[in-house]
Design a protein around this ligand. Structure first.
Ligand code: AMP
Ligand code: TRP
Length: 327
């Protein structure tokens, strides 16, 4: 079985867009791959973080993923910071990565402009990411477009390391750009992607919003004056977005949805969309609150720590031998 590995940064809450566009795909992948999912908490401290908030977000993200159906029996779930070998491997890789290569990373160029007095970790960030990937002989790394360059760098680092030491030691990973999951748009401005950083929160459904808020947001979604439930992204972006949400959560096709609501007014349609969203999110929320302070969550992370530490220790010992760090 091919191995897949991905890291998630513990930054803030998850939206309905993240759930439909990313998490649902991950739940699908767990059936096909030997899948490793970790919280890239060490990556998140490359920019300033409030310690208490960071710690809460780490737990919250793990609970969210499991609540959404990422099954701890089918995935190895762990925290990057709990496996000491990531940083150790990263150091050896840093000593095998040309300085100039890192300056070319688009994300570094962007973030180093945004943060005054940025730290060295922001620059070496892609090498830690290469370590995350290469330690586990990962075949595939599913990432969004913005991280593709970093996976390619990991591949370059692996290739030049193998060449330099004359061994096929690191497996060359491939970025896996997930098939276009549906794009969910903002309910107020349906020409924009639904995003947690939107200024107007009325257009954004958070996974943990309560039922009243979810209903209010959907009932307040921007529509048009045609009064027909019909999919047309150009002239009816608001209604089309609601149809997409309905399609993604019900499994019905767009034309089945148009047929079902052909005699409904927008109020009736919106109410049905809200009913569906609530019925999907309610069990996820119940499971989330059951998990968040549970021992079960700690047991999943403990098991992940033990399993991945064993794998990483072997890789690290071999790596030390190859570069001459032995006595
Ligand atoms: P972000 O929250 O922007 O870091 O994105 C994390 C993942 O969620 C990425 O795979 C995105 O493609 C996906 N995602 C974020 N927002 C949306 C959205 N509105 N619709 C669909 N997918 C999304
Ligand atoms: N840099 C990734 C992000 O910001 C997170 C990440 C860290 C990652 N290590 C990784 C993703 C290894 C895939 C594989 O989203």
């Amino acid at each position: 079985m091919k191995r897949f590995l991905t890291g998630l940064q513990p930054t803030g809450s998850i939206t309905l867009g993240n759930y439909i566009g990313a998490i649902k795909q991950m739940v699908k992948y767990q059936e096909e791959y030997d899948s490793f999912i970790f919280i890239a908490d060490m990556h998140s401290i490359t920019v300033p973080q409030d310690p208490e908030t960071l710690s809460k977000n780490i737990r919250s993200l793990v609970a969210t993923y499991i609540a959404c159906g990422v099954d701890p029996n089918k995935n190895t779930i762990f925290l990057q910071s709990e496996n000491i070998y990531h940083a150790n491997v990263s150091w050896i890789l840093e000593c095998n990565t040309p300085y100039g290569l890192l300056g070319r990373m688009t994300q570094f160029k962007d973030k180093s402009q945004k943060h005054q007095n940025f730290m060295a970790g922001l620059y070496t960030y892609p090498v830690l990411m290469a370590a995350d990937i290469l330690i586990y002989d990962s075949d595939y790394v599913p990432v969004g477009k913005d991280q593709k360059q970093h996976v390619e760098l990991a591949r370059d680092i692996a290739e030049s390391f193998n060449k330099r030491y004359g061994k096929e030691f690191f497996k060359l990973p491939e970025p896996l750009i997930p098939e276009e999951g549906a794009k969910i748009c903002d309910l107020i401005d349906p020409t924009k992607k639904m995003s947690k950083s939107a200024e107007n929160k009325k257009g954004v459904i958070m996974l943990l919003d309560d039922e009243k808020d979810i209903r209010k947001k959907i009932m307040g979604a921007t529509t048009d004056s045609e009064m027909i439930v019909r999919y047309d992204i150009e002239t009816k972006p608001g209604i089309s977005n609601l149809i997409t949400i309905y399609h993604e959560l019900s499994g019905m096709t767009i034309s089945q949805i148009e047929e079902k609501f052909k005699d409904s007014n927008y109020g009736t349609f919106k109410k049905e969309v809200a009913d569906l969203v609530v019925s999907v999110l309610k069990p996820i929320q119940d499971r989330y609150y059951e998990l968040i302070n549970s021992k079960e969550l700690d047991e999943v992370l403990d098991a992940g720590k033990i399993k991945t530490t064993e794998i990483a220790k072997i890789k690290y010992e071999e790596l030390k031998n190859i570069v001459g760090l032995y006595r």
